[in-house]
Design a protein around this ligand. Structure first.
Ligand code: 5GP
Length: 197
């Protein structure tokens, strides 16, 4: 067991905003930060690896995991299901790691309820047009799926005030350094509270 526990850090933001890239940077630039690998029923995209990007399962397996209470949170998003494995997150937090959850809004709200000490960050695009251009440029989804994701993005952005911090991902380096600042300032609060006894 570590001297003190890590924190759950939720990174939410519309599909295409660049959550994956900033999360990778946080993992490589900040020690003791890990990312939770979610379980999903979505089809694997080209280049994605099972157990690395997601644990890819069918709906029957996902339902079984819900029944076993294996998820810290789960949600349906654009026709697929996504969930965060509870046990892995608990273990890492106990070992003193900050655990990043790269999840959508409904899941973030479940985490807020179940783990009030979790830190919630909303990543914003510089504009809706920039987000649309990014999603279309990525070309990983059909035009119908892109339209669905854009309408979801609109809904999600209306809930950004429910998060502790909003960070605009206009310039990647600026966004990453803001996020690093947020994570480190949370850590210093924990260290301070320990040194006060
Ligand atoms: P994608 O299909 O683009 O990989 O993910 C779609 C959305 O689901 C993204 O906003 C992503 O952050 C979110 N997501 C990924 N894993 C989880 C999870 O475990 N729980 C929830 N609630 N959302 C997730």
């Amino acid at each position: 067991m570590a001297d003190f526990q890590g924190k759950i850090v939720v990174i939410t933001g519309p599909s295409g905003v660049g959550k994956g890239t900033v999360v990778q940077r946080l993992i490589s630039d900040v020690p003791r930060v890990v990312k939770s690998v979610s379980v999903t029923t979505r089809e694997k995209r080209a280049g994605e690896k099972d157990g690395v990007d997601y644990f890819f399962v069918d709906k029957a397996k996902f339902d079984e995991l819900i029944k076993q209470d294996a998820f810290l949170e789960w949600a349906e998003f654009a026709g697929s299901f996504y969930g965060t494995p509870q046990t892995w997150v608990d273990e890492k937090v106990t070992q003193g790691y900050d655990v990043l959850l790269e999840i959508e809004v409904q899941g973030a709200m479940q985490v807020r309820k179940r783990c009030p000490s979790a830190l919630l960050i909303f990543l914003l695009p510089p504009s809706f047009e920039a987000l649309e251009a990014r999603l279309r440029g990525r070309a990983t989804e059909t035009p119908e799926k892109i339209a669905l994701r854009l309408s979801k993005a609109n809904d999600e952005m209306k809930q950004k005030h429910l998060f502790h911090h909003e960070v605009v991902n206009d310039n990647l380096e600026d966004a990453v350094s803001k996020l690093i600042g947020i994570v480190q300032s949370e850590r210093s609060k924990i260290v301070d509270s320990h040194s006060l006894g």
